[in-house]
Design a protein around this ligand. Structure first.
Ligand code: B12
Ligand code: SF4
Ligand code: SF4
Length: 375
């Protein structure tokens, strides 16, 4: 039963959230997310989230006695929506500014402190992409938007370029109404996904998503390298085409203003201890420099531009076997004839299995081409 006192506290918290700078705030009840639980039982989850469906859908397992969840969102919509002319590869909007985990955490601490000031002893626990809870399902129940067919949470005013977070609390707060799904007959996102990762409405096959591939560690199969296309980090295609992202307010937060541009030469010139702070301080750095370099090399191959060969050749003795493996693959792909002497010499001295495997694949492929030509 929501009484006047509950309404008053809820209003105070919402007002404070606005003052702190959150674009959206709503309240969700804290019952388990039964509908999501059912969906998750039929989906394969990526390794970027805990594989524990109970934990993912039961707020009480995160904060004993939880009664309400304060759902929060910050817009990162930017004027730099498409790939810019001078760019060699695309960086998703969410990773062009300051790391949102830090920005969200700082603002959520401010709001949590306020809650404990007005209600001493109140329990609070905050997450933004950091917990084994479903940020989108919580935001949806709190009325911040609906989950679209592209799987993103969409708000009618701000679209889907939103970072989500939540504060669990044992306070009783007045819950908001859910927003009805407005996707209607539209299927633009499904039709535009370059990887075919949206295998059905509301169904993302995470392992095919380009965003997933650019974050996955290690050696990727060749089909996945191709799928990455000209994306250095993440992918925004299914959001770019969404009608609800057209004409939304942009550049609302200084911290998320696009600072990074897809500059392959710059990334390949970085070395451990010599990375520009704006790059280190972005959400794209969480898998480390090696993965960024790997993605740059994949982008070079996908550009098909042999002008990069001298730049790549400088990396042939890189101490990381992962980088060497991708460099030899790239040299073979861009211009085998021009690089074959170099590659064969390398095969004689290379001891690392992953690099030798890439070299062996190149030679086997070329031998096959030759025998096919002779048939
Ligand atoms: C792992 C992860 C990924 C993985 C896998 C994502 C996935 N959907 O499986 C990868 C790396 C691919 C990824 C990509 C992206 N991510 Co991500 N990711 C996460 C993370 C950590 C967990 C999400 C997860 O695995 N959920 C499990 C899946 C099954 O649940 P779900 O995505 O909510 O799916 C719901 C719908 O499918 C819906 N549903 C299913 N069937 C049906 C049917 C009907 C009729 C309806 C209505 C609904 C419905 O119910 C499901 C459960 O709620 C969350 C943070 C968090 N802790 O929640 C961020 C998060 C979801 N990611 C975020 C972002 C920004 C992105 C990218 C846009 C980044 C980019 N530009 O590259 C892309 C978007 C890709 C896309 N189209 O979804 C934001 C989303 C913000 C928003 N507005 O929605 C989050 C919330 C992080 C944050 N706190 O801001 N991500
Ligand atoms: S982020 Fe890119 S690859 Fe992933 S579902 Fe959207 S359009 Fe497809
Ligand atoms: S592109 Fe269309 S179907 Fe996809 S999320 Fe946006 S409105 Fe929904």
């Amino acid at each position: 039963m929501v009484n006047n006192n509950t309404r008053k506290i809820t209003a105070l918290i919402k007002e404070k959230a606005g003052e702190i700078g959150f674009d959206l705030v709503g309240i969700s009840t804290a019952e388990p997310f039964y509908a999501a639980r059912k969906i998750l039982q039929e989906r394969s989850l990526s390794e970027f989230i805990a594989n524990d469906i109970e934990l993912l859908t039961t707020p009480d397992l995160h904060l004993a006695g939880v009664r309400s969840i304060i759902a929060l969102a910050l817009s990162y919509a930017s004027s730099a929506v498409q790939m810019q002319h001078q760019e060699e590869c695309y960086i998703s909007l969410y990773a062009r500014g300051k790391d949102y985990h830090k920005v969200m955490a700082q603002k959520m601490v401010q709001l949590s402190e306020f809650i404990q000031k007005i209600r001493p002893g109140a329990k609070v626990k905050a997450y933004s992409d950091t917990g084994a809870l479903l940020d989108r399902a919580i935001a949806q129940r709190a009325g911040l938007g609906w989950i679209g067919k592209n799987n993103n949470l969409i708000n009618p005013t701000y679209g889907s370029y939103l970072f989500l977070g939540e504060i669990l609390t044992d306070l009783e707060l007045a819950a908001d109404q859910e927003i009805i799904d407005r996707c209607g007959d539209c299927e633009l996102c499904l039709k535009s996904c370059p990887a075919g990762a949206l295998i059905d409405q509301y169904h993302l096959e995470a392992k095919h998503c380009i965003s997933y591939l650019t974050q996955q560690k290690g050696i990727l199969p060749e089909e996945d390298r191709k799928l990455i296309g000209r994306n250095l980090w993440g992918c925004d295609r299914c959001q770019q085409v969404c009608p609800f992202n057209q004409g939304v307010p942009v550049d609302r937060h200084q911290q998320f203003k696009a600072r990074l541009t897809g500059d392959i030469q710059k990334i390949l010139s970085f070395f451990k201890g010599g990375i520009e702070p704006a790059w280190r301080d972005s959400a794209l750095f969480w898998q480390g420099l090696r993965i960024l370099k790997r993605n740059s090399i994949i982008n070079i191959v996908n550009s098909g531009n042999p002008d990069y060969i001298p730049l790549l050749s400088r990396e042939i003795n890189n101490p990381s076997p992962l980088i060497r493996a991708y460099v030899v693959w790239a040299l073979g792909e861009l211009d085998y004839e021009r690089n074959k002497t170099k590659l064969k010499a390398l095969y004689q001295k290379e001891r690392e299995g992953i690099v030798r495997a890439e070299l062996a694949k190149i030679f086997a492929g070329k031998n096959k081409e030759r025998s096919d030509d002779n048939d």
